[in-house]
Write a protein that binds this ligand. Sequence first.
Ligand code: GN1
Ligand code: MG
Length: 369
Amino acid sequence: MELSLLMRQFAVSGRLVTINPTGNGNVNDTFLAIFRNTFAEEQVILQRVNRNVFPRPEAIMHNLRQLTAHVHPKLEAEADESDRVWQMPRIVPTREGGDFFVDEGGDVWRVITKVASATAFDEAQGAEHAAECGAVLGHFHWLVSDLAPATMIDPLPGFHITPGYLAKYDATLSGNALANERLNASMEARRMAKFVEERRGFAATLQAALNTGELTLRMMHGDPKVNNIMIDDYTGKGTAMIDLDTVSPGLIHYDFGDALRSICNHAGEDEQNLSKVVFDLDLCAAFCKGYMAHARGFLTEADRRYLFDSIRLITFELGLRFFQDYLAGSVYFKIRHPEQNLNRARVQFRLCESIEARERAIRDLLAGL
Ligand code: GN1
Ligand code: MG
């Protein structure tokens, strides 16, 4: 179905001027649509939900409905005392009043409002930006801290359970001849397999702390990387978290680690030159300061003990996910060239090593917060 016809299913007023791909997510397909009338313009985001990744798209729309119903009134209630305007997209209904549209091929499409006058950067712009990212994540954790987990449907069961990804990796290698061929085709891939083996025990760290009750489930964003954090174009302040499909009960540590692994790596996720992949301590310090301004009140002593591990673990986990997907034939993360997921894995593993090498300095920094 043509994009403009799809757009017509949704209740946006004005005339559609243009519709173009936007962002660079690895999962959903995203488009920016601009509508105009004589006096005004409206910009909205059209997305096709990836059914391969999200087997129950109606569940993520249910969650988005619950999340926005919880957060919008909370944002409005604090608006007068707040140092900025915080934003969160809202669902644009279909002309029939539904939250999404199913096309003739069975694909689920949805439209949400675009966060006004703001930019999501693909890499950290400096310490000030990193601090704003921290503030946005801390504020987001506060926003969802009293959202009842029972109102949400787990969008991706096992999403950040690292031992589960190890099991998936093992299953890929034991049941798939092509995966073994891919593994043995390069020294690089074999070195990476060794890297995984050396960290098998470590992979269970956060899950173990959850099982003993040392850490507790809370609402998390699930994907707070740097380009899911919007910065106001005029004030430079953080204004919104986007990509809300993975908001679910989990450990806020996953978010903390995921944000840092993405913000503190200037080289991004697709760098070819590994010597450029380094974990930047100054950006880490800036992010943590911004985060703590909102999170100090709800972080326990036990939470703090696991902050370092969370940075190391989520970086390892993402590398493992890319590596497993490469071996399985790149069926999960979208790619633009055949070796892309292998290279993405190399980058995360290198970043993980850089985090390990800076363990003392990172722990000291976290202890001083
Ligand atoms: C995927 O599609 P995108 O870029 O928002 C992935 C995240 C990864 C990220 C790495 C549902 O997110 O977990 O951290 O790629 N999302 C899902 O770039 O798997
Ligand atoms: Mg995402």
